[in-house]
Design a protein. Structure first.
Length: 382
């Protein structure tokens, strides 16, 4: 009888937390995952796919569907403030989104597969994805021929959600989370002496007008509040030089919408507004789009599997009425594959995601594993 590896998922999660790494630089994290997966009887481990990502393959040897489950490798550029024994050892980098917990959940699923794979058909792919936070990871994977060759029939993922009861499942048909685009508007005029601002061209008036225009953009383009949101996230004008009237400035904003097409309309309108203001105030302008995320949309068939699995899990189900305004690069898989995404409650008093005092609650690892297991049984059980 083969030796069955027993995982201490709390230890694993905390070890991953301690070794947090930024998007695209998750070498040690990937190596830790590879080491643990190597003890869990997977058929193959595909490494360095689409960058630092890796995929564990569990092949039942029987014909059936190919089901992929995804977790994320990356941390965030946030200094941890928690006084914990497993505090991040990397200055300025920490797991403040719970990706350490998501990885531990998938490793718990791998442990279950080591024992139960013979009960299933088809293949299970456990995807540990790099660079989720910067919207680059999913795109890079989908461009890799090795990923395309896997041909997943369904891709599932969860995310822990503070503000909801621990162990609860937050589900929603159709659009689960928003699409977004980051935009940078660089205005260039002419620097002059602060005593003679008339000899220069200061971008201030154009920047003020752009901020005002952006604040009403979603109403003008989308109408309903849920269909669009604009958040100005950064302004910079000139330098700290009291003798100088500045000649350069930048406005940065994040545009969000429930619909990819509406988002593109908003972005186009924002560009036209900025270009028009540059003409009025005789400025040069450069516009850049960054960190573009599609809307996270649940496939109808995949969502039906989730509903049944959720009922069988025995966990509390919360049916979300409104979509979430944050974004996920999991959304890009939905353009080519049948995908489904849901939330796992991590505590009503839990600090919010991306806060310096956030820490994933280890006790919900078992609930995350349970819903994934029920999904696999629903889709692949003999």
């Amino acid at each position: 009888m083969k030796n069955i590896e027993k995982l201490n998922t709390t230890f694993i999660r905390q070890k991953l937390h301690e070794n947090a790494e930024l998007s695209g630089a998750e070498s040690k994290t990937a190596e830790l995952i590879r080491k643990w997966l190597g003890k869990l009887g997977c058929s193959d481990i595909i490494e360095n796919i689409g960058g630092k990502s890796l995929i564990a393959v569990f092949d039942s040897g029987k014909p059936g569907k190919n089901v992929m489950l995804r977790a994320e490798l990356d941390g965030l550029p946030i200094q941890e403030v928690n006084d914990i024994s497993y505090k991040s050892i990397t200055d300025g980098v920490s797991h403040k989104c719970g990706h350490d917990g998501h990885m531990a959940i998938l490793l718990a699923v791998a442990e279950w597969l080591q024992v139960n794979l013979t009960r299933l058909t088809g293949k299970v792919y456990l995807l540990f994805q790099a660079a989720e936070e910067t919207a680059g990871g999913a795109k890079a994977l989908m461009a890799d021929s090795r990923f395309k060759a896997l041909a997943p029939d369904y891709i599932f993922a969860l995310h822990n959600l503070p503000g909801f009861k621990k162990h609860s499942l937050i589900i929603r048909e159709g659009v689960f989370a928003a699409a977004s685009i980051g935009m940078k508007f660089w205005f260039t005029g002419r620097t002059s002496h602060a005593g003679h601002p008339e000899n220069g061209i200061n971008p201030l008036d154009a920047m003020q007008s752009l901020v005002t225009g952006l604040s009403t953009l979603s109403q003008r383009i989308c109408g309903f509040q849920e269909r669009g949101l604009v958040t100005v996230i950064h302004l910079r004008l000139g330098e700290e030089a009291f003798g100088t009237s500045p000649g350069k400035g930048v406005v940065m904003a994040t545009l969000r919408s429930a619909d990819d097409n509406h988002l593109q309309s908003m972005a186009q309108s924002a560009e036209e507004l900025a270009e028009g203001l540059a003409d009025i105030y005789e400025l040069q302008i450069s516009i850049e789009r960054v960190e573009e995320f599609a809307a996270t949309v649940n496939d109808e068939g995949a969502y039906k599997y989730l509903e049944v699995a959720a009922e069988k899990s025995g966990l509390e189900i919360i049916r979300r009425e409104n979509l979430f305004s944050w974004t996920e690069d999991f959304s890009f898989y939905g353009r080519d594959y049948a995908t489904c995404f849901w939330g796992l409650g991590s505590g009503e008093q839990q600090p919010q995601l991306h806060n310096p005092d956030y820490d994933f609650p280890d006790e919900i690892i078992a609930s995350g594993k349970e819903i994934f297991v029920k999904l696999l049984e629903e889709v692949l059980l003999v």
